[in-house]
Design a protein around this ligand. Structure first.
Ligand code: 5GP
Length: 194
């Protein structure tokens, strides 16, 4: 998506360790008009799918998912970062290794809000090693829900989480795929879509 690539190129800051900061429009200040355009694009890309729910994860996915949900006319459920895990059996839980914070945390989703009748589109801000998505996919598997697809704003192609998920046959649509970036020069290169 050219619009998103331009914003990343103009405003993205490349940090050491393969971290891209996009705080001016995605992760701190949020450009709602851009999110709206992203929603329109995902609606087009997933137009042949029946989707009745969007699933995302705290924190940065929530804002994007809410705007995107307006295009699909469906509710958003977000996986919560939890201190206590599944004691009473009322929640699905998964362990996720955080790329940006370098630690493992638990996420939970109430069994009230996702079930076997649901056809789910997952939305998130970044895809790096794929741990966050794998956690969400394991929750959906436990719920018996149907995964209709995954929409990611920015995939870091050099970290290969996306390759693993595409190999499972799930429709994964990343609106910008960063192929390489340089923290010395600040240069960012995108994967050219055919
Ligand atoms: P993964 O689980 O795919 O390794 O990482 C995905 C999660 O880590 C995303 O939800 C995002 O919050 C965070 N993340 C990973 N890489 C980056 C990055 O380069 N920049 C930012 N802002 N967040 C990232």
């Amino acid at each position: 998506m050219k619009l998103l690539e331009e914003r990343i190129r103009n405003e993205g800051v490349v940090k050491p360790g393969g971290v891209l900061k996009v705080d001016s429009f995605l992760n701190h200040q949020m450009d709602v008009a851009l999110f709206d355009a992203m929603g329109e694009e995902w609606k087009r890309l997933f137009s042949d799918k029946y989707i009745n729910k969007i699933l995302t994860i705290e924190t940065s996915g929530i804002g994007i998912a809410c705007i995107v949900a307006r295009h699909f006319g469906v509710p958003v459920v977000f996986a919560k970062k939890a201190k206590s895990i599944n004691i009473d059996g009322e929640v699905y839980d998964a362990k996720i290794h955080s790329f940006t914070h370098g630690r493992v945390y638990d996420v939970i989703v109430s069994k009230k809000y996702i079930g076997s009748e649901d056809h789910v589109l997952i939305i998130d801000d970044f895809l790096a090693n794929g741990c966050a998505l794998e956690g969400l996919l394991s929750i959906l598997k436990e719920a018996g829900a149907t995964v209709e697809g995954i929409g990611i704003a920015i995939e870091k192609g050099f970290q290969h989480g996306g390759d693993r998920i595409r190999a499972t046959g799930i429709q994964l649509e990343s609106l910008a795929i960063v192929e390489s970036m340089n923290d010395q020069t600040g240069e960012i290169h995108f994967r050219q879509e055919s």
